[in-house]
Design a protein around this ligand. Sequence first.
Ligand code: AMP
Length: 484
Amino acid sequence: MTDSFSNLSLAPTLARAVAEMGYESMTPIQAQAIPVVLTGQDVMGAAQTGTGKTAAFSLPLLQRLLKHENPSTSPARHPVRALVLLPTRELADQVAQQIKMYAKYTQLRSAVVFGGMDMKPQTLELKKGVEVLVATPGRLLDHIEAKNAVLNQVEYVVLDEADRMLDIGFLPDLQRILSYLPKQRTTLLFSATFSPEIKRLAGSYLQDPITIEVARPNETASTVEQRFYAAQDDDKRRVIRKVLDDRGIKQAFIFVNSKLGCGRLARSLEREGLRTAALHGDKSQDERLKALEAFKQGEVDLLVCTDVAARGLDIKDVPAVFNFDVPFNAEDYVHRIGRTGRAGASGLAVTLVSPSDTRLVGDIEKLIKKKLDVETLQLDTRPAGPAPEKWGTRAEDRPRGRAYEGRRRDDFDPRDALDAPRERRSGFRPAPVNRDPFFEKPYEAAATDTSPSWEASVPKTARSSISANIKPKRKVAALFKSGD
Ligand code: AMP
């Protein structure tokens, strides 16, 4: 079998850990990326979380670091050799957990640092020495400034979810971090989409990268069925209910463009008797974890979320995603619908389009290079006169004035990002993402309705939830105020 891990000649310590994870064969991104990373070349990879991307970069990286393995207790013998940067603490934690598992039979050490946590335990770990450091950019800079992290022996740097790091304004932080690294190194950049900004970043920091795509841009068969339904704002919830009923769908993510709209929609759906939770950047870490856990446990059916808060959720088997608001950035559309139909399973993505969304839908069409038909879904006719109260269309349910549009750009707050970059603290807003004709779709396994064998073989423990590393924290807004 060509995609078996045994073809890779991994060190026995790594092969043993992989076997214990229950992986039977490599995922497409692994089959393509691992041999390239093993040669030490720079990589520009198009892939999303959920494709097996973490193992795709960390296994070959660990393999190449094995030459530095040593049992010494001296910190000097364990300098940072590999740096993995991610945009959010959840992702950083998820990736760090996986790396720990892959490295568990080696003597290589790994650690994770991200914001919103006490720096002291992180400092102690860094001072002991670690070969692989996983970090979010803001907190890493804090540690660099405090001289807890020295990066002059880094041989590998991984920029994971690079598009999102740029989206939420991490570019200046990234540039500073990269300036501390030796010029002679291998750089691996992963991104779900390749916007012009990403290509510029790659152009400045990667050397003759090998481009790896598991996406097939012009493939018509997709594991995600994409539907666009015309809907006035007042009808959107009815459309969602109808689709859920018609298709017998039990659980779904519903994306909105603003925190305000998120809370409001969750409350309305809850009033209509649907088990709903809201997830956005103003929720505390504890509330977010609870909402997520409730969704995973099936105690909640609908998770209403904003883009940034939803980033990095490794939830398997989300049958449907609704875009209650058409996203401002077409790239976000790609991210959102990538939450369903993961790793080859089938999924449904429904976007609700109101008349003012024509331009945004046009942007999505351009990005995914596909003509999109906006269909009309026949709703049960409502009696004339005031709408039934259960739909929450009473005047007092509606937000007033400007905010009612619910998708205004100025209603969007990039501080939804938990590890917001420093500029955000001074009111920085990211520039709107430009469209790019070079489009990469999220990972699609060979068109099939069933989960691929590699996915079925994952033991439950391998799909770890967010670890105990993440503790309840102060609200992000509070953090910014204090200049933390
Ligand atoms: P990632 O895209 O790296 O976040 O990985 C998503 C999930 O797929 C994780 O829970 C991994 O443990 C799992 N995974 C990664 N590689 C494989 C594989 N070859 N076979 C089965 N599961 C895998």
